[in-house]
Design a protein around this ligand. Sequence first.
Ligand code: COA
Length: 248
Amino acid sequence: MNEILSERSKGVLTLTLNRPAKMNAINTAMYAELVSQLRSAAQDSEIRAILILAEGPHFTAGNDIYDFLENPPTNMEADGFQFILELHNFPKPLIVVVQGSVVGIGTTMLLHCDVVLATPSSVFSLPFVTLGLVPEAGSSYLFPQLVGYQRAAEILLTGKSFTVVEAQEMGLVGTIAEDAREQGLAIAEMIASQPPTAVTNTKALLKSGAHHAVTEVIKAEGALFQMALHSDEARDALMKFAMRRGKK
Ligand code: COA
């Protein structure tokens, strides 16, 4: 089964996480395919906007935990880190629609998207500390910048989840709607029909203030994240999940 679906229509490339039996947990192969799709889309003048979706009731349960245990990243060339950098540097608009559980990278990737829609079922969490890890994707910089230091610190340090209404109030989600998918596609098509150079220049201007700082934070987080994955704290927490499932 193809775990990343891609479809192009009316200037919009739709990328869909398609691993619903595993709550769309993102594994190395899925990151690699996402990176490859985004790199081609950046160069393809016929693609004017990207829509990111997920099959099934949940957007994603975050990074595949078995990959963290068996195939941890050892440098910034790892597919997961490359995906983060690709999102951060991506020149064209990224529109995303989330539903159900939106865990870890599922939530941090929203900080890099230009338009975020969510169904009322959406619940967000950043359980990095609970797993013995540290935040990634520039979220240790972008999240407090968006929601304020104390609110970000409380969420990141406790690992507690937050509701879609809270996410909208924080500015992490723009629109909450039952028909978020349809609305997301309509917005993507509307953006794709705009003059393309004006669109990419406007996105570059919107992102320019913090771009360099975020690149540095992503690298610093990446170094700590790799170290943390080898720590006893993380191994214990990840094994606990795996053993709960009887896989180890
Ligand atoms: N990595 C790999 N597999 C995952 C996964 C992940 N992050 N999250 C869920 N799955 C798999 C489960 O192993 C299970 O597959 P199985 O039936 O073959 O064992 C399937 O997806 C359904 O998940 P399950 O845990 O049974 O659903 P639940 O409703 O009981 O719990 C969660 C939902 C999200 C609370 C729970 O799956 C969870 O805690 N996942 C890990 C989230 C996480 O910490 N992600 C990393 C963030 S950095």
